[in-house]
Design a binder for this molecule. Sequence first.
Ligand code: GTP
Ligand code: MG
Length: 235
Amino acid sequence: MKSTAEIIEKQISQWEGDDSMEDFIGNSQKFVKLMSYYKCAIMEVETKFKVLSEEYSHYHDRNPINNIQSRIKHPYSIMDKMEKKEYPKSLESIEENLDDIAGVRVICSFPTDVYTLAEAFLKQDDITLIRKKDYIANPKSNGYRSLHLIVSIPIFLSEGKRQMKVEVQLRSIAMDFWASLEHQMKYKKDHYFTKEMEEELYQCAKISAALDERMDRLRISSMGERSRREKTIIE
Ligand code: GTP
Ligand code: MG
């Protein structure tokens, strides 16, 4: 398996000759090192969610996490964002200004799992919440739903502790289904969205939210039914 450093070095090399990239990345060894620190932070966050999931499935007999995905922002996207936002081009400025270099997406079974996991994660004493956006309680105008957390987490290196920022997105399977397909359609260069299509997409988001609610009610009912049956057997 390729190391993070190898992957980042290959990504940088694809833009060799691009002056703006070279100016920006400056000392590529330092850039690669910084990216590998973000990778370490991703590993820490993933482990925390895996531990919570393990504990939860032990007590509740079901898995609250369907899937965990993670990614490090591509050097080219980093450069793009720094240019668009007119941030100074330096490694310090990347760390200071960008919150989404390290991204972890936790796809939960039910919407209630999103809040249970987020609460248990944020309670941990090495996690500092920098910003929270609750697009589940307050969906975006296009219908997008997810819980976004920007956190700071320590990584422990041979030379000591270092705080790193990670963007954590928590969403249910239904929220992920909508967001993934919307992303695929919206960001394809050969796709164009009319106002009517936007409205249709918004209606799909509403159906997905209603489905989430119905599935959650079913889950709660099935728990009630199980405890009723267990009680009958004991009596
Ligand atoms: P960025 O500058 O794009 O990172 O946005 P932001 O700083 O305003 O953050 P926000 O929390 O709104 O969005 C961050 C990330 O959430 C995006 O990079 C996407 O991964 C996801 N996201 C936000 N809005 C949408 C949306 O409408 N559709 C989809 N599919 N994903 C979204
Ligand atoms: Mg982003």
